[in-house]
Design a protein around this ligand. Structure first.
Ligand code: ADP
Ligand code: MG
Length: 236
């Protein structure tokens, strides 16, 4: 028996945390919600396998936290196991960003209220910042995930059929719908290959007519799911 190299252990454990496009989107959205975002825009290219981008208008990441933001088991949300008794956040394990870095290429653009401008950071597979440059984005954080599973062909192969890819996209839509339902003040959009798939305006709770359901998509994703969910919600 031999001990696995550290790099392999990291890759394997990351692939347990991040298993699919929808798990990346879920982790990034939850980070946005933990940062008190009220607006979240999700963009996918090629079902998320080429690019996943989640942009929020939350609190941003402090400059002093940037070097450790994608280090595994670094978190701003708890300090010890006792804090688990009174959790108020979705995240607390400090694993998501680090795991995503292990299996893709990651850029984080962020600006807090105290920063003059936003900065885009490139991260390597260990979660270390390798470069930075100024950016024009406003307050909040944008995480861009490129080439998901580039070093895990087994995972990628699972999504080699168009049916699997479409199912994955539907899961992302369902996830956003679920957050929309439990967070009535959240504005959220989903764009796939530049087509708007889902959007919800702020007033949907008060005005059924105000809700917009999307559906502009040339490739057969005319989903009624969102409207069905919305009608159910309105009739509660
Ligand atoms: P966790 O959410 O469990 O703390 P993550 O790896 O998801 O771990 O994120 C690490 C840290 O990076 C978070 O604790 C938070 O401080 C910061 N962070 C990540 N995403 C965002 C975001 N969208 N807005 C503000 N801070 C963020
Ligand atoms: Mg998190």
């Amino acid at each position: 028996m031999k001990q696995l190299p550290g790099e392999t252990i990291r890759l394997l454990s990351s692939s347990q945390v991040i298993t699919s496009v929808v798990s990346v989107v879920k982790e990034l959205i939850e980070n946005s919600l933990d940062a008190s975002a009220t607006n979240i825009d999700v963009k996918l290219d090629d079902y998320g396998f080429s690019k996943i981008e989640v942009r929020d208008n939350g609190s941003g990441i402090k400059v002093e936290d940037v070097p450790v933001m994608a280090m595994k088991h670094y978190t701003s949300k708890i300090s010890s196991s006792e804090d688990l008794e009174r959790l108020t956040t979705y995240g607390f394990r400090g694993e998501a960003l680090g795991s995503i870095c292990s299996i893709s290429e990651v850029l984080v653009t962020t600006k807090t209220a105290a920063d003059d401008i936003s900065t885009q950071y490139a991260l390597n597979s260990n979660g270390h910042v390798t470069s930075k440059k100024p950016s024009h984005l406003g307050q909040g954080t944008t995480v861009t995930v490129l080439n998901l599973f580039k070093n895990l062909p087994v995972r990628k192969q699972f999504y080699s059929t168009s049916r699997k890819c479409k199912e994955e996209l539907k899961k992302v839509q369902d996830l956003l719908t679920a957050y929309g339902i439990i967070k009535p003040d959240l504005r959220v959009t989903l764009i796939h290959n530049k087509y708007l798939l889902q959007k919800r305006c702020e007033e949907w709770r008060d005005s059924c007519h105000g809700t917009l359901l999307l559906t502009a998509c040339p490739i057969g994703f005319r989903s009624t799911f969102f409207s069905i969910q919305f009608r159910q919600y309105c009739s509660l």
